[in-house]
Design a protein around this ligand. Structure first.
Ligand code: 313
Length: 266
């Protein structure tokens, strides 16, 4: 048996992202669940994965990436998720907002805005596409908040204006999180707070809010993607709940590839 046809075309490589990302653990689980013994998950970064996807797609070459929605890749390329009958990637999830203990006392207005932050996949995708097309994340955030004053008004409703207090937000350089963190930072700034953004890896993101070196983050993918980190720190921070419903993780391929399920990789 000459192995798997797609495997030989892709050198049995799945193009992943940062090693600590939950989607990488889910991908390794899929490799085990579907007994993809010849396959290997390539570690890298979200940016490197996007570059490899662009290159392969432009040459109509086979490629399999760890993909998630919402993401600009689905409006830029004709892609599909491989079916995941064994549910290695979990189900449709939420992104939660998490803040440090004590924030409500120290900066009640910022706490209220973070607590009321909530938007749709279509909203975040607009910001992500602008950033992908070269707009500075802060400018893309301002463009979106200017165009969505009603939704932003729901977030700031009843919030006590800041008086220049600094709010430290942490995030990981995933396209979704660059977009969401810059948008909520813009709204906090428009309401009297000074916001400092720190790009970190996923473990330090959770640890930073738990040890109070950061005030908050809007990037917790739950219940399964970040389950390990959440379990480790959940007693040390405040989970304000979902700010976006409808995320999905999986293995993503261009539609020109004639496979439809992870099972087809065996
Ligand atoms: C790649 S998703 C943005 C988050 C994660 O997988 O940890």
């Amino acid at each position: 048996k000459g192995g798997n046809r797609i495997g030989t075309q892709t050198d049995y490589k799945i193009i992943g992202i940062e090693p600590g990302a939950g989607i990488m653990a889910q991908s390794n689980k899929a490799i085990k669940d579907y007994q993809l013994d010849q396959w290997q998950l390539q570690e890298g970064s979200s940016a490197a994965m996007a570059a490899e996807l662009k290159k392969a797609y432009n040459q109509k070459k086979p490629i399999i990436v760890t993909g998630w929605s919402p993401h600009w890749m689905f409006s830029t390329y004709d892609l599909k998720f491989l079916e995941d009958p064994k549910k290695s990637f979990g189900a449709v999830e939420d992104i939660h907002t998490i803040v440090r203990k004590g924030l409500e006392q120290d900066a009640p207005g910022a706490y209220t805005i973070l607590d009321q932050f909530s938007w749709e996949p279509a909203d975040i995708e607009k910001v992500m596409v602008d950033i992908k097309d070269g707009t500075d994340p802060e400018k893309a955030a301002k463009k979106w908040t200017d165009a969505n004053k009603d939704k932003v008004g729901q977030w700031t409703n009843g919030a006590k204006a800041g008086n220049g207090e600094t709010i430290n937000l942490v995030y990981v350089a995933w396209d979704t999180e660059i977009a969401s963190t810059n948008v909520i930072a813009k709204v906090l700034e428009q309401n009297g707070f000074h916001v400092k953004l720190s790009q970190v890896e996923v473990g330090p993101m959770f640890a930073g809010v738990a040890n109070k070196s950061a005030d908050g983050m809007v990037s917790a993918w739950l219940p399964s993607t970040h389950a390990e980190y959440y379990k480790q720190y959940k007693n040390d921070f405040i989970d304000l709940g979902s700010n976006l419903h409808g995320t999905k993780n999986g293995l993503v391929v261009p539609k020109y590839m004639d496979i439809n399920s992870i099972e087809d990789l065996k």
